[in-house]
Design a protein around this ligand. Structure first.
Ligand SMILES: O=C(O)C1=C[C@@H](OP(=O)(O)O)[C@@H](O)[C@H](O)C1
Ligand SMILES: C=C(OP(=O)(O)O)C(=O)O
Length: 415
């Protein structure tokens, strides 16, 4: 048994290229982390099933029980943003910090909005970034706010979840482009599931003052994690992969992967149990706007580069402020596939193809789980080394074991 947690890098090959298996995906960390915050805000009674084994969810569960003054959100964006709203409005005195990268991920939009609502938040380092000291809520602030929605939807989700607790509720007017919109809808859907009404019309979201009600909720498997299995099916010689538990009517915007992959070589059959993926012909050019599903961009760039599909993509502005600068990380890593990714006009990126000349690949992961998971399927083409494989723990800790289940040979690498 290999301890993937301890490895500096690992080597992947797939001797047959034939994939036939049923894979139990981890539960969605996005759904789980909303449900945990709502459960904490509603007091007793919320019953959550299938909570994710993802570190982001395990961490939030631990932190919500912690009496420590200093709270470390590590590299988890939802944990940082959701706890900021939660501690601020419940008046808990906390110092909230994270990894070095987390302290470079902006939080000003959320902090400004919470201050207007009556929160007391002080930056302990650079203005606009964690770490922060939170405490002492005076709940008589202005409850009608204008909030920028073009940087991160997590600020909006954080505000919405505490909205029902505010004495006069909350009215948010979203300014600018609405990025990652399905994540805002997911927040509202889960709030409704726990008995709270909210209205989203045009650019305005209204959440009256109300109480969350107890309910039970079973977290759906993670559609973002499913995207790597789509990639593997597309690159395999033969494949039939079942992903039980996924729903066609999902709260997760990343279920868009089913539609995307119609063009890129995978047929999705929705069954009573979940989905069944099989191979179909792919197109040779693909254009897509990732504004609603930014976490799928790395999967699609790596896959198109490997399959020789030219790609034009937009809606990827937020990629620069995630676990790493994902645009830059992609630009560097696809060089070994002979490809380049260039911004051709403002916000429009084009993947230019080249010849794959290497007999094997080695990919760096930049402390970003999605770099590791998006490039690993390329081991179906050439022996592939993935550096710092432990990054997958953020959302999909059993990823490497699941690859072994479908016949990948996964060994420790010297590199
Ligand atoms: O709310 C959420 O659960 C998330 C929202 C998205 O972030 P942005 O809103 O910052 O794009 C997404 O990239 C992230 O993985 C999870
Ligand atoms: C961007 C991500 O997560 P977060 O922003 O929650 O750290 C992600 O999981 O791809």
């Amino acid at each position: 048994m290999i301890s993937f947690k301890a490895l500096a890098s690992l080597s992947l090959t797939h001797p047959t290229g034939i994939l036939k298996e049923s894979i139990n995906l981890p539960a969605s960390k996005s759904e789980a982390n909303r449900a945990l915050i709502i459960a904490a805000l509603s007091g007793e009674g919320a019953e959550l099933h299938n909570l994710s084994e993802a570190n982001d969810t395990q961490l939030l569960q631990r932190l919500l029980k912690s009496n420590e003054e200093t709270i470390n959100a590590e590299d988890a964006g939802t944990v940082m943003r959701f706890l900021t709203g939660y501690y601020a409005v419940t008046g808990q005195e906390k110092i909230l910090t994270g990894t070095a990268r987390m302290c470079q991920r902006p939080i000003k939009v959320l902090v400004d909005a919470l201050r207007e609502l009556g929160a007391n938040i002080e930056y302990l380092g650079e203005e606009g970034y964690p770490p922060m000291k939170i405490g002492g809520f005076k709940g008589n602030g202005n409850n009608k706010l204008k909030v920028r929605s073009d940087i991160s939807s997590q600020y909006i989700s954080s505000l919405l979840m505490v909205g029902p607790l505010l004495p006069d509720g909350l009215v948010l007017e979203l300014e600018g482009k609405i990025g990652s919109r399905p994540y805002i809808e997911m927040t509202l859907s889960l709030m409704r599931h726990f008995g709270v009404n909210a209205d989203f019309t045009g650019n305005t979201i209204t959440v009256p003052h109300q109480q969350y009600k107890s309910a039970s909720y079973s977290i759906e498997p993670d559609w973002s994690a499913a995207s790597y299995w789509y990639s593997m099916v597309a690159l395999a010689h033969e494949a039939e992969i079942d992903l039980p538990g996924l729903r066609e009517q999902s709260f997760q915007g990343d279920s868009a992967i089913a539609g995307i992959m119609k063009h890129l070589g995978v047929y999705t059959q929705f069954t009573e149990q979940g989905v069944r993926l099989s191979k179909r012909k792919h197109e040779h050019h693909f254009s897509f706007d990732f504004s609603d599903c930014p976490d799928l961009a790395q999967t699609i760039v790596a896959l198109c580069a490997a399959m020789g599909v030219t790609l034009e993509m937009t809606g990827v502005e937020s990629l620069r402020i995630k676990e790493t600068d994902r645009i830059q990380a992609l630009q560097i890593e696809i060089l070994s596939l002979g490809c380049s990714l260039q911004e051709v006009t403002d916000g429009v990126f084009r993947l230019e193809l080249g010849l794959i000349e290497n007999d094997s690949f080695s990919f760096r992961t930049y402390e970003d789980h999605r770099m590791a998971m998006a490039f690993a399927p390329l081991a179906l083409l050439r022996p592939t080394i993935i550096q710092e494989p432990r990054v997958v723990r953020k959302s999909y800790p059993r990823y490497w074991e699941d690859l072994q289940k479908v016949g990948f040979e996964v060994t420790e690498s010297e590199e």
